[in-house]
Write a protein that binds this ligand. Structure first.
Ligand SMILES: CC(C)(COP(=O)(O)OP(=O)(O)OC[C@H]1O[C@@H](n2cnc3c(N)ncnc32)[C@H](O)[C@@H]1OP(=O)(O)O)[C@@H](O)C(=O)NCCC(=O)NCCS
Length: 218
């Protein structure tokens, strides 16, 4: 993930120790005692990476609990994001003095079944993917980019964004994407200056699709 974030964002990718990392009490309380082992490992790796990213920013390794809606609760003055998929986990963090919001997502690089595609891709995005080059599964890139867009949007606006509420464009040569948010979602937002567009980067490598986006400070 380091390769697709600007230098103002600190990124930590999980190594073997992170999956076994200890949770701080406030984090353990969110996970609960009955979480299955895979969930515990994913959650622990995310929190361990989050603390390493904060350390890289020169901050103390503070707990990152989860809100009731599952979004991570970063300490004051910090924005951040967490992702995990089979065998991979990463967290990124930045000072609010540098960026307004960050998001990232990692997905396995394989075909998406037609039913899921219909729920995620707009007809224009299906047409876009059909015209893009190479052996990349472009619908996965669209799916991952949209999850990243949601992780950027939600901490700022606090409202739901469905898969059809962002219209995605991809530049395959530049490795970038741009999401235009549906005007209706912008109109109903109660924050000042909700982001009308979110731009980000993507990489397809090592069996994974990784996407990342940063919302600049206003
Ligand atoms: C929240 C969501 C984006 C997570 O993506 P995912 O691929 O399922 O899972 P990932 O491993 O990449 O990310 C999970 C992490 O996202 C973070 N997260 C959860 N809810 C979040 C939210 N509302 N805002 C920001 N981050 C959130 C958490 O840190 C979570 O990890 P944790 O539970 O261990 O703390 C997804 O489950 C979801 O609800 N998607 C529907 C909304 C959407 O994507 N709309 C598209 C708009 S264009």
């Amino acid at each position: 993930m380091r390769d697709i974030f600007p230098a103002t964002v600190a990124v930590a990718v999980a190594g073997s120790d992170d999956w076994l990392g200890a949770l701080l009490p406030a984090e353990q309380a969110c996970l609960g005692e009955r979480a299955v082992e895979t969930r515990r490992r994913d959650f622990a790796a995310g929190r361990s990476c989050a603390r390493r990213a904060m350390t890289d920013l020169g901050l103390p390794p503070t707990a990152v609990p989860a809100a009731p809606d599952r979004s991570p609760v970063w300490p004051a003055g910090v924005v951040g994001t967490i992702t995990h998929t089979t065998g991979y986990c990463a967290a990124a963090a930045a000072h609010t003095t540098d960026v307004r919001s960050v998001g990232m997502d990692a997905e396995q690089h394989h075909e998406i079944n037609p039913g899921v595609r219909r729920m995620v891709l707009l007809p224009e995005e299906e047409a876009l993917c059909a015209g893009l080059p190479g052996d990349t599964s472009w619908p996965v890139v669209v799916f991952s980019a949209k999850e990243t867009v949601y992780k950027v949007w939600y901490p700022v606006v606090g409202t739901w964004l469905g898969f059809f509420d962002a219209h995605l464009d991809i530049d395959p040569d530049a490795g970038t994407f741009t999401a235009r948010i549906a005007p209706a979602r912008l109109d109903e937002a109660s924050v000042e200056d909700p982001p009308a567009t979110v731009t980000g980067r993507f990489v397809v490598a090592d069996g994974l699709v990784r996407t990342a986006a940063v919302l600049p400070r206003r």
